[in-house]
Each structure stands twice: as C-alpha cells, then as structure tokens.
Design a protein around this ligand. Sequence first.
Ligand code: HSE
Length: 400
Amino acid sequence: MVNVAILGYGTIGSGVANVLWTNKEVIDKKTGEDVRLKYVLDLRDFPGDKVESILTHDFNTILEDDSVQVVVETMGGLKPAYDFVKKCLLAGKSVCTSNKALVENSGAELNAIAAEKNANFLFEASVGGGIPIIRPINECITADVILEISGILNGTTNYILTKMGSEGLDFGTVLKEAQDLGYAEKDPTADVEGHDAGRKIAILSSLAAGSQVNFEDVYTEGITKITDRDFEYAKTLSATIKLVATSKLAENGGRCVMVTPRMLPLTHPLAGVNGVMNAIFVKGNMLGEAMFYGAGAGSLPTASAVAGDIVDAVRNLGHNKKAEWKSEPLKLLSVDDVKNRFFVRISGDNEDAARKAFGEGQIVRVTNGEFAYVTGEMTEKAFAEAKETLEGVLGYIRYA
Ligand code: HSE
C-alpha cells in the first residue's frame, strides 16, 4: 500500500482527490500498488464532503506519518507551500505539485533535495495544465538540443484574444465578459500582463537549458494594448493575434526568452489554437518540430497531470529520476539583439517616412487616416530607434 496526502483542497486539490477516487482501479493497476488518499490538508472544513473523514488542519500530521510516501501540493503561492514541500522532501517523501510559482522560484533547489533523498519532485501540471510537456522535455526530447519552445501558455488571454478576433470586440468588453463568466480572475493582472505565461516559459526554458531561468529575467509584454482595429488589420493580412511565449537558442549559443503578443499568419501552427486551449511547439536539433495541444487549465485536466505524477512517484519510490536543473541563473540574451518583424500602425498617410524609418516593408490599409507597415526582420534595438524617428506611431505588434 502507498499512502498519499494532498495539501490544499481547492480547485486542483479537490480534482486530484476526485481522480484518485474515481480512477483508483486504473491507478492501482498501473502502479501495482494499493494507492490510498490518507489525508487532505486544508484550513477550511467541508461538511458533508467525501473528504471530511480524512481532512486535517495540521501539516505535521502528514509530515510525521512515515506511511505517507507521496505528497501532492496544490495550495499555490510560495507561503507556506515552499516550507511544506521542502520539509516533505527532506523527510524523503516524493512531492507532486501544480504550483508554477513554486517550481519557477525554487525548482532547482527542490529538485536537488529530492535527488539527495532518493525521492522525486514532479511538476507536470505546473505548465500547460493537462498537456504533457514537462515529461516530454525531461525524458523524451532529452537527447536533443532544444532550439525553440514557443507556446500559447495562458488560457485566459487566449480566450480574450480569440473572442476579440471572432466578434470584433474591444479588450475591456471581452475582459469584463470573461470575468463575469468566471474565466478571468477579478484581478486579471498576472494573466493579461503576461506574467503567468512568463513563469511557465521560465520553467520550460530552465528544463531545456538545464540551468535556472528566472521569471524576472523574462521580457514580458501583455495584451492590454491590443485593439479591435489591430484585429481588422490581422484579418486583411490573413493573420490573427496571440500571446506567445518563446524561448529560442540563438546562433551564438545564448537563449532569448520573451512573452509578447504576436500577429501570426493563419498558416502558423499556433494560429488555430483558440479559446482557453493551450499549445506548445517544440523544435529539437534532431527531432525537428513537435506540437503539444490541449486543456491548459481547469480542475480535472490539471488534476489528471498531477495524478500522472503520483503514478510516476509510486513507480519510482526510493529511486530518483534524474533531471538536470542547475541553480545558477542562465544569462539570457538581451532583448535588444533579438530579431523580429514588426506590424506598426501609423497615423496619417506618410508611407515614405515609414519606408525611410523601417526599410522596405508591406503597407496595409483598413480605414482612412492611418495605415499599417509590416517591416522586414530587424533587431528590437533597431526597431525601437527607428520608431522614435517617426511621428504618429499608434502601436506595434511583433509579426510571425
Ligand atoms: N490563469 C491560468 C490561465 C491558469 O489562464 O491559463 C492556468 O495556469
């Protein structure tokens, strides 16, 4: 028998309990063990809920019970999750978490403690919800040099952008609607400013590089400045607009990690990823291209990924599955040196001035009084400088 405890009975934690109860037969068959949920830790009471008989308010009950070999952390945030997870690992228990802030912030350290204690620190659910992406990067594409990871890693912003594109609505209207429907948080900052996607691409970049990539070093732009007019231009260009997190290896061996809105041609693999769905495109030097698509959030999809980790942890009790993640921060390429194409909206009619500032490019018009210019490839620094020389720039989006 293997006993499991869950820390936090919120959306994900209750989903994990549900998976463990509903799919017990499958899980026992796949592990060859009787996998039992022994405790659930939460500050709250849940009268009448199935969890009542195994609910505890005291973390030490779980920590001090040697029969608990696998602990699931679904509390979110760093406090007290970090302390609890570290104590469990130091006690030789394996930990499975969905907590991206914890993984991004302390993944290297917790991974090292797990290795020292012949336990495992597993976090498949921390990126892409139910989509398998951590294990593929750590265990499947692990013999490749990972040249690129590009993904739609945030369901809230993808829902908002999809709706703006399909219904011609402005950002504020769609955000309010998404909040009313419970798709977007009351405080949507982390999602709409790209911080959530930034944490997730930092985790994927750390795994691809085998060294720590800090969220604070990831260049991040959100979607709050995207307008319904931008979508009119996108339509004319047979394109759409997505919030894309990218992690790319440059020719000089440096890695550039950024989260920005992008205007993507409809032929781009990420262009057809709509609504709350997520997708991650990976390019390896031997693999070529692969794409992972699915439910990036939600109770059961995320819990399914956590439960997969539980099975993995049970199969590997007493054995650490090696995962390279050094704690020294990886020095990222300066965004200034990154090359992109840009879609720029300019008021007035002075096409020559745009050509002079940005070089040869494509002119697009959807209304009077302004036009858009799609530049050729140029560095971020060159673009920023060129933009300053031009009057009437209304906005810009990276293109493709
Ligand atoms: N707020 C996140 C999203 C939840 O919208 O994708 C999953 O991490």
